[in-house]
Write a protein that binds this ligand. Sequence first.
Ligand code: ZN
Length: 137
Amino acid sequence: MSDCIFCKIAGGDIPSATLYEDDDFRVILDLGPATKGHALILPKHHYANLYEIPEEMAAKAMVLAKRMAAAMTEALGCDGFNIVQNNGEVAGQTGFHFHMHLIPRYNGDQAGITWKPGELKDEVRDEIVAKVTAALK
Ligand code: ZN
């Protein structure tokens, strides 16, 4: 997509602090980091979100996330690691080109990646299980 900034960054048309690059992906430092080392995995091909990315590419992205997490943990000395992947504006997606956030976590950091747990009611549980398992068939 010619007007997609992530396409331009992934393709190298816009410079970025690149941690890794191969034929399919570029990994860059996020310009608004949640913590020190916050990075993004960007596929070089345009997919808007998880719904659009082919399964093979999604699998490659997760393998790359694992490799990056190991290297970044060793290099940065973080104490934990979040992988965050948002789909849709309501879910916090702001750039509509599939990306995965790699967020190193440090004891005492103030990154607020959390939610308030609700309650799973029996009737809601049964409805969800029935509908989703049917959708998978
Ligand atoms: Zn794009």
